[in-house]
Structure formats: structure tokens, C-alpha cells
Design a protein around this ligand. Structure first.
Ligand code: AMP
Length: 387
């Protein structure tokens, strides 16, 4: 069953009902594959497009029965799902990507260890649990560095920059005794780049063009394709992504994030075993989209060699832009040529919350960037150059 083609009309279970689950369900719909989304949040954006949904806690036995009995195969839209839940589901129904990949991606130390094991370079890092560990790490690996919780952090949450030994001592006093951390040497990168890779049950593996990412306050602000990297760097990024995805025997889509330094070093930072925010541009400027590719691979269909036809910029829309409840700016942008709005239908607009994105296609990278800037400003947002 694991490697069989999921027939049209069968049901894909999706753990997590945010925008990624929603875009997965929309892709499944195109193929005639039904979806059942499980998310404890009653107003999950994916519920609006799924055939069935369960708004129950993940530890509910009744929900477990209802989910497992109804779905033919399972995937997940975010990596903070307890991997033991995925493992337990896998005893009944195939789960892709495997719960083991999920387990690795949930923990920064495991993730970087795995990347190294498959031959990828990373910045120096070390496990930290006590104040002494932190001071030793800062001394041995050098400062500046960044201390991160090994699990549970996302969008830059749970991270603190350590500038020198004195700061390492001060931060060391505040460590939570039950938590594990990772100390990483700070990377003076010139670019942050991600690569989306898809691999099917037969081992066919394809990659999308490298995407350049710009963050603001730890949250992805905008992505640009083509990335501003050399041909050599592009090839190295692609081969690193291939190495890791095939090493992990991925089935589905995975995104790998890298730092590119001015020395041309490619350093792995982290990965997500699912479609990724930095791959949203593939919906409008590539074929098939990362979501279609993910559904195909998870459903046992072969992945397709991606085609890409236009320079593109994807701009994230955060709740901050719409706190005043005025939608007229958004309507104006949605009506522009060369611009596609994706709205996630989240009920509540909160600062820092991703509520939609826009994709801007143009005939050059620079024109797409200029247009993206204009649109961000039309929406009342600020453009963060080279952020
Ligand atoms: P992460 O949660 O690991 O993706 O970190 C969030 C953001 O913090 C990254 O996208 C980088 O911009 C920055 N960052 C994280 N780790 C490092 C590092 N070791 N050196 C420099 N910047 C970092």
C-alpha cells in the first residue's frame, strides 16, 4: 500500500489546518483526492476547503478513531506535531514524510547532526543545558553566537544573540533547567537561501530553483527568485538539498534553509519536512506547485520535473497591515496586473501573524522587486531592503 498510487476519490489526512494545510487541500482537490484535516483550532483556514475536519485535541482518542478510520494516507503541515502521534498513526495508515524525519526536524541538534551525517556543512554548534555549557560553547566556538531552544521555536522565537563572554554568563543565569539549547556560531552571511526538494516513493528526486529569503524580526518578509547567487553556489545548494533528501529517504516535499557567505560557503541552517513559506511562489510562477508536488509524492504519484517561467517575488502579508479593519488597500492590490493575492481567511488579524501573501511576476528580478516594494507600501507596510 505504501508505494501504491492513491486512487482518485480516496482521502488524504492532514495534521494541522493552517495555511499550509489549506494549500495542500486545494492541491489535493485538483487531483480529485479528498482531505480530512485535524486541528484543535476551531477556526483553522484549511477547514474551509477540506472535505472533512476534526477540531479536537491531538490526544483525543475519539478523534484518533475518527481520523484513522476515515483516511487512506496521512501527511502533516507543520513540524511541531508530536512525532509519536505520527508514529502511532503509521501503525494503521501510511504517513509521509516518515515520522522519523519529523522526529529529526523537531529538534535543532538532531537536524544539524543529520545534515552533517549526510555531508552538509553547518556553522559550528554545540548542545547547551547549563550556564557552564553556554560559557564553554561561547569560549570554544567563539562569539558572536546565537542560543536557540532545540525545540518548539519558530519564526525566530526562542532565540537570543550572545555578543561576548559576559553576555554568555548573563544569559546562562536565565536558562530553564529542564530545557535543552543549541549554541551556534553567528554566520556573517550575504544571503539566506532555501531549496525546495520533492522526492517520490520510487526515489525520483526534483528540486526547485534556489529562493532568496529576507526576514524581518525573525519572520520571512519576502522571497525572490532567481536568488542572487552564483552558478557555482546554485549547483552546490541543489546538490546539498539532493544529498539530504535522498539520505533521509524523503517522500514528499521538504525545504532546506542555508546561509551563503561571502566566501561562497553554503551552510545548512534548518529544514522543514513539508511545503514551505519560501516556496509559495511556485503556485503562480512554476509548475507544478510545491503543494501539488507534495500531494503527488505523498499519494504515491511520481513527482514531476518542475518548470519555472518567470522572475518572481513573494511578499508575506502579516496581520499588522490590517489591524485597522480597512480592506480597501488590499482590494486595490488584488486588482493589479502581474499580482496574485492569496488570502488565508484567518478570522483574527494579529501582529506577526501570516494572513496572506502576494506573488508578483515580472520580466526581471529587479522589476519584480521594485513592484513588490510599491505594493508593500500601498498596503501601508514598510519595505525592508536587504532585511
Ligand atoms: P532559524 O529559526 O534558525 O531559522 O533562525 C531565524 C533567523 O535568525 C534566520 O533566518 C537567520 O536570519 C537568523 N539566524 C539564525 N541562526 C543564525 C546564525 N547561526 N548566524 C546568523 N544568523 C542566524
Amino acid at each position: 500500500m505504501d508505494s501504491e498510487l492513491m486512487p482518485i476519490g480516496s482521502t488524504l489526512g492532514i495534521l494541522g489546518g493552517g495555511q499550509l494545510g489549506r494549500m495542500m487541500a486545494l492541491a489535493a482537490r485538483v487531483l480529485g483526492i479528498r482531505t480530512m484535516v485535524w486541528d484543535p483550532q476551531p477556526e483553522s483556514p484549511a477547514f474551509l476547503v477540506a472535505d472533512h475536519h476534526l477540531s479536537e485535541p491531538y490526544d483525543s482518542e475519539a478523534a484518533w478513531d475518527a481520523f484513522v478510520s476515515r483516511v487512506d494516507r496521512v501527511t502533516y503541515e507543520f513540524e511541531n506535531i508530536n512525532w509519536r502521534l505520527a508514529q502511532r498513526i503509521a501503525e494503521e495508515k501510511p504517513v509521509f514524510p516518515s515520522f522519523d524525519i519529523l522526529r529529526i526536524c523537531q529538534e535543532r541538534l538532531r537536524e544539524k547532526d543529520a545534515a552533517r551525517a549526510f555531508g552538509l556543512a553547518t556553522t559550528p554548534y554545540r548542545r547547551v543545558q547549563t550556564a557552564q555549557d553556554l560559557l564553554d560553547a561561547a569560549k570554544d566556538l567563539g562569539t558572536p553566537g546565537v542560543l536557540k531552544t532545540v525545540s518548539g521555536g519558530y519564526d525566530g522565537k526562542g532565540q537570543v544573540v550572545i555578543g561576548n563572554a559576559a553576555e554568555a554568563i548573563a544569559v546562562g543565569q536565565q536558562l530553564e533547567a529542564s530545557r535543552v539549547y543549541i549554541y551556534e556560531k553567528w554566520v556573517a552571511f550575504t544571503r539566506e537561501v532555501s531549496v525546495v526538494v520533492a522526492r517520490d516513493v520510487h526515489g525520483n528526486l526534483v528540486t526547485y530553483p534556489a529562493t532568496e529569503n529576507h526576514h524581518h524580526r525573525g519572520i520571512l518578509d519576502y522571497s525572490v527568485v532567481p536568488a542572487g547567487v552564483s552558478e557555482k553556489e546554485r549547483a552546490a545548494l541543489e546538490s546539498a538539498a539532493r544529498q539530504l533528501a535522498s539520505g533521509l529517504e524523503l517522500v514528499g516535499v521538504m525545504a532546506l534553509e542555508f546561509f551563503v557567505t561571502d566566501q561562497g560557503e553554503i551552510l545548512f541552517n534548518e529544514m522543514a519536512p513539508r511545503p514551505h513559506n519560501s516556496g509559495h511562489w511556485t503556485i503562480d510562477a512554476a509548475w507544478p506547485s510545491q503543494f501539488m508536488q507534495h500531494v503527488r509524492a505523498v499519494a504515491g504519484w511520481p513527482v514531476l520535473t518542475p518548470r519555472w517561467w518567470s522572475p518572481v517575488v513573494m511578499v508575506n502579508l502579516l496581520g499588522d497591515l490590517f489591524l485597522d479593519g480597512d480592506w480597501s488597500r488590499l482590494t486595490r492590490v488584488a486588482a493589479m496586473d502581474g499580482v496574485q493575492l492569496h488570502w488565508y481567511e484567518k478570522r483574527e488579524m494579529r501582529p506577526g501573524r501570516k494572513v496572506g501573501h502576494v506573488t508578483i511576476l515580472a520580466d526581471s528580478r529587479d522589476r519584480a522587486l521594485a513592484e513588490a516594494r510599491r505594493i508593500k507600501e500601498m498596503l501601508g507596510g514598510q519595505w525592508h531592503d536587504g532585511a
